[in-house]
Ligand binder design. Structure first.
Ligand code: NAG
Ligand code: NAG
Length: 251
């Protein structure tokens, strides 16, 4: 079933069901039934319902049916012709969160939510916010930097996470609004510790990268296997100019 056909098909489906002469279920035999599993994708904030798919799988993971939701109100309806165990899943764009993300349905033709005409609803819980912590002068950054999301002016973390290798971080379940993002590390010094993000009606990116100013460089000097004292070091760089990093005599 192609995109955009869901509302029309829901109508055909209902007409067809009505012609069969029963409001919710028609029992054709002991195992064959006709029920509709329907409900709504719900959201308090504006989201594009057309981008969301609802899929019905058997409990073994075979896709049985898929449909879009109605663009205006998030309504969906999936026809079912067999009894048995199924899983209804919401498949939204990457980074969009819903609660629940899937619902197990045991269709017995008598007492299940589909046969009884109940709604199965999926509630939107937020978008994702993505960003990066970089090493100064580089296009990549380190793993392990603590990054937190806060309301503007607040010191309370709404969420916290750590960067992945390369410096990427992501927050999920973020509702539309303005936020501040802070980075910190127990030992590394940061050159840029905060940025902002504005979430509206889709996933959002932090307005700028956070930057680690530098890292410790350490090593040891040995002479005949014995640690040596009092050796002076100079640190040169072919890419970093001017700023003298740290000079320290080895202990
Ligand atoms: C929703 O998504 C569909 C499919 O990508 C697109 O055609 C439509 O313009 C979008 N609607 C809004 C309001 O952004
Ligand atoms: C870096 O150096 C500082 C100061 O000597 C030290 O406290 C810190 O543990 C070092 N960090 C790492 C990651 O080695």
């Amino acid at each position: 079933m192609g995109r955009g056909w869901a509302p029309l098909c829901s109508c055909c489906w209902w007409l067809w069901l009505w012609l069969w002469g029963a409001p919710w279920a028609v029992v054709r035999g002991s195992e064959d039934i006709v029920v509709g599993c329907g409900g709504f994708v719900k959201s308090d904030v504006e989201i594009n319902y057309s981008l969301i798919e609802i899929k019905l799988y058997t409990k073994h993971g075979t896709l049985k049916y898929q449909t879009d939701c109605a663009p205006n109100n998030g309504y969906f309806m999936i026809p079912l012709y067999d009894k048995g165990d199924f899983v209804l899943k919401i498949e939204p764009p990457l980074g969009w969160s819903f609660d629940p993300t899937s619902v197990d349905i045991h269709v017995d033709g008598i007492n299940d939510i589909c046969t009884k005409g109940g709604d199965i609803n999926f509630v939107f819980t937020g978008f994702s916010v993505n960003g990066k912590v970089l090493s100064k002068g580089q296009t990549l950054g380190p793993a392990g930097v603590l990054v937190s999301l806060r309301n503007p002016g607040s010191e309370v973390n709404i969420q916290a996470t750590v960067t992945q290798p390369g410096g990427k971080y992501a927050f999920f379940k973020v509702l539309p609004g303005e936020y501040e993002i802070f980075a910190s590390h127990p030992t590394w010094m940061l050159k840029k510790t905060s940025t902002t993000v504005r979430v509206t009606s889709s996933n959002a990116y932090a307005s700028g990268p956070l930057v680690v100013a530098g890292y410790n460089v350490s090593g040891s000097v040995r002479s005949d296997g014995e640690p040596m004292k009092g050796v002076m070091f100079l640190l040169f760089s072919s890419s970093v100019t001017k700023e003298v990093l740290v000079l320290r005599a080895a202990l």
